[in-house]
Design a protein around this ligand. Structure first.
Ligand code: AMP
Length: 283
């Protein structure tokens, strides 16, 4: 008989007992683009089996019209999945995920509070709930999330740790268009003019990083510089620009630890987010 007293030991024992194949899992809402494809490639490279899920999750949308407007391109997505040798595409029906009478939600941890959490109440509750349901169903060894949704990655990491999921969460670098705009399923909703302006988001983030690399330690100075630049960009409305600690996403008063600049802007009805990691200036 074996007595186990810690969750990670229990996980280790189960691994060796089962001796099974590793499963790499990429959860998405479909409308696949090159950003998703990089997640699939990494999952494929690091695991025996790759599972892709496609599910447009109603509980993470604050606005019904945004949920309805979300692009759905299933045929094309399946071709892309096939191209990447995905073993299983999991596409559950909405009423199987949220059947009549269903009411249990996962309440996310502190990482969900700032940034997106302020402007999109309930968003991460919906994310934590659907990811838990997907994790319970797919039972992956590793799950792949993009750093483009930096806070989402932090919320999932915290949830996996606090709820003792036996899953490694892998963060993948943001994939960008040649002009720097982060790939996003929402980009196709930009007009031609908005699309040509939108790279200013990444340009402002890179300039801010350069400012910090050159010795600036004041978040206010960095944020003000970015604000001026984006305010001058036609049709771009800033929702927030924040500099937070990488570890727990708490606001900082001076840039003296690994941090991340997070930004959310609007072009008319289209909301875009992006971020860049920064290190404190070398002394
Ligand atoms: P979504 O379908 O938008 O929910 O995204 C599914 C996954 O793809 C999430 O983990 C996202 O962070 C990730 N993702 C979306 N866009 C990108 C990108 N441009 N680069 C890397 N990962 C991305």
């Amino acid at each position: 008989m074996i007595v186990i007293t810690a969750p990670e030991q229990m996980h280790e024992w189960l691994h060796s007992y089962r001796g099974g194949k590793s499963i790499g899992f990429v959860p998405t809402m479909g409308a696949l683009h090159a950003g998703h494809e990089v997640l699939l490639q990494q999952a494929q490279h690091e695991n025996d089996i790759t599972v892709l899920s496609i599910f447009v999750n109603p509980t993470q949308f604050n606005v019904q019209s945004d949920f309805e407007a979300y692009p759905r391109t299933t045929e094309r997505d399946l071709r892309i999945a096939e191209h990447h040798d995905v073993d299983v595409v999991y596409m559950p029906e909405t009423d199987r995920m949220y059947p009549e009478g269903w009411r249990i939600f996962i309440e996310p941890g502190t990482a969900a509070d700032p940034l997106e959490g302020l402007g999109r109440p309930g968003h991460f509750r919906g994310v934590a709930t659907i990811v838990t349901k997907l994790f319970n169903t797919v039972q992956p060894t590793r799950a792949y999330f993009g750093k483009k949704d930096y806070q989402q990655l932090a919320v999932i990491r915290q949830m996996v740790s606090e709820l003792n999921f036996d899953i490694s969460v892998v963060g993948v670098e943001t994939v960008r268009h040649d002009d720097g705009l982060a790939m996003s399923s929402r980009n196709i909703r930009l007009s031609d003019v908005q699309r040509s302006t939108a790279p200013v988001i990444h340009q402002a983030l890179v300039s801010a990083k350069n400012l910090v690399d050159a010795g600036e330690t004041s978040p206010d100075v960095v944020i003000n510089t970015m604000t001026s630049r984006l305010a001058a960009a036609d049709g771009c409305r800033i929702e927030y620009i924040e500099i937070v600690r990488q570890t727990d996403l708490q606001t900082i008063s001076t840039i003296n630890c690994p941090s991340v600049i997070c930004i959310a802007v609007w072009f008319d009805e289209v909301r875009l987010i992006d971020n860049i990691e920064i290190e404190p200036p070398q002394r």
